[in-house]
Design a protein around this ligand. Structure first.
Ligand code: GLU
Ligand code: ZN
Length: 461
């Protein structure tokens, strides 16, 4: 097979939401899996709605996801000459005609079709009319009236459309400015795109585009239309990928989650990006629609966080700690240890930062949760903590294992159970009754802070 060339062709009129990211990811995976090229085309011909800000946001989101593109991005607005040339060609070949119908006339035709309970298809009434330079017009491409257009879609299977259902297509306005179905064909052909992979919402455009390829004498690419994503509400459509970054998702988890919206590999749920590249095949894309489930995405994020080395986790968590006011370096050894103690439970990096923050607040300003204090820092508990604190003062090997042994021995001597000590100590050290294991906490906090916080608890917080 010759080199596979695919493209992602966003219109820069908004953010890159999960649906757009899924289209980009599937194209990228197919290119990387086959050793082909992943191209980026910014469809910015709608000058009113396109913005540079949106272009930048889309590119940043693709970069964050690791969906790097090959070759220079193509801006559709720079290709106007090629679009005009293609139109000239179709005019010269008499494949297009001027349609002078006014919006009111088109409305009347639509209403009549409705009244007769048939789907409205423009009836070609302007075809063959003589030129009238006094009237505005659009260019219509004449579709064949007989036979059918067959698309062998790599995902949806064979899709046959009777040509009588194909309306003579408006491809350009009177000033020659061309419309989507026309330019997409010209640009895909010019970029040598071999596989058009996009959302199923474009499936009905495909037979029209196939007719245009043929009229222009261009090679028709392969098509693969991805199943729709259910539950992609208006709110979720306006949430760009950067909002998931801010919520503390990792790019691997987002890629993993959106890959599973329409693609599967047995019942495996978790994939690294490298595994996705290795395993992805267009033929395994399902026809069935996938439904969004953000809880599942969060669960996957947790799985990916668990697999990270604590050093990596710390470097990911540091910016989130900075955001909540801690001046901390990503290679801070205490941060690395702290991350390791909460790694199993953190669902997002925001959550992780919240879970480790108690380690980094100054001892004197640690906040205590009222209900934990009430329940666990009773007078009796505080007098026990006082003894624990005195005992710990003499511990010189401040490590998890030795702290465990010392506290164990202390309990035996004082005829106490570990549980009499564990929860009050945890509250004293963290401010709350939930958190990592007690000896991990002590070890990570260090001797000075551990003693200071026990002291605060003893005195009454
Ligand atoms: N700009 C179009 C869109 O965002 C591209 C469609 C296509 O891939 O052909 O829907
Ligand atoms: Zn007309």
């Amino acid at each position: 097979m010759s080199e596979i060339r695919v493209r992602f062709a966003p219109s820069p009129t908004g953010v890159l939401h999960l649906g757009g990211a899924r289209t980009a990811l599937f194209n990228w995976l197919w290119a990387r899996h086959t050793g082909g090229k992943f191209l980026l085309r910014i469809e910015d011909t709608d000058r009113q709605r396109s913005t540079d800000e949106s272009t930048r946001a889309i590119m940043d989101a693709l970069k964050w996801l690791g969906l790097d593109w090959d070759e220079e991005p193509v801006f559709q607005s720079t290709r106007i000459d090629a679009h005009k040339e293609a139109l000239e060609k179709l005019i010269a070949q008499h494949r297009v005609y001027k349609c002078y119908c006014t919006p009111e006339e088109r409305k009347a035709m639509r209403e009549q079709a409705q009244a007769e309970k048939r789907t409205f298809i423009y009836d070609g009434r302007c075809d063959g009319k003589s030129d009238d330079s006094s009237k505005p017009f659009v260019w219509r491409f004449r579709m064949p009236k007989e036979g059918e257009t067959v698309v062998n879609d790599l995902v949806q299977g064979i899709v046959r459309t009777p040509n009588e259902e194909l309306e003579d297509l408006v491809i350009a306005r009177s000033d020659g400015s061309p419309l989507y179905n026309f330019v997409v064909v010209i640009d895909d052909a010019a970029m040598g795109v071999t596989h058009v992979i996009r959302g199923k919402d474009h499936l009905t455009n495909t037979p029209k585009q196939v007719q245009l390829y043929q009229a222009l004498g261009l090679k028709v690419p392969e098509f693969g239309h991805l199943p729709l994503i259910l539950g992609l509400s208006k709110r979720l459509r306006s949430a760009g990928i950067e909002s998931y970054k801010e919520q503390g998702y990792t790019p691997e988890a987002v890629n993993n989650y959106i890959a599973r919206l329409g693609w599967s590999h047995g019942d495996q749920e978790q994939f690294s990006s490298a595994q996705l590249v290795e395993l992805f095949d267009l033929k395994d894309v399902n026809r069935a629609e996938g439904a969004l489930n953000l809880e599942k995405m969060e669960w996957l994020n947790q799985q990916h966080l668990q697999d990270k080395a604590p050093e990596v986790l710390a470097s990911l968590a540091a910016p989130f700690l900075m955001k909540i006011g801690f001046d901390i370096k990503e290679d801070d050894p205490q941060l690395i240890r702290a991350c390791a103690t909460v790694q199993k439970r953190a669902r997002t990096l925001v959550d992780l930062a919240e879970r480790v923050r108690f380690y980094f607040v100054p001892d004197e300003s640690l906040a205590y949760e009222a209900k934990s204090v009430k329940k666990h820092l009773t007078e009796e508990a505080r007098s026990r903590l006082d003894k624990v604190r005195q005992m710990l003062q003499d511990v010189s090997d401040w490590s998890e294992a030795s702290l465990h042994d010392s506290v164990q021995a202390f309990c035996e001597e004082n005829e106490l159970k570990l549980k009499h000590i564990a929860q009050p100590s945890r509250v004293a050290l963290t401010g709350s009754q939930t958190g990592p294991g007690l000896f991990e906490i002590m070890d990570t906090l260090g001797k000075v802070s551990t003693l200071a916080r026990l002291g605060r608890a003893v005195e009454g917080v």
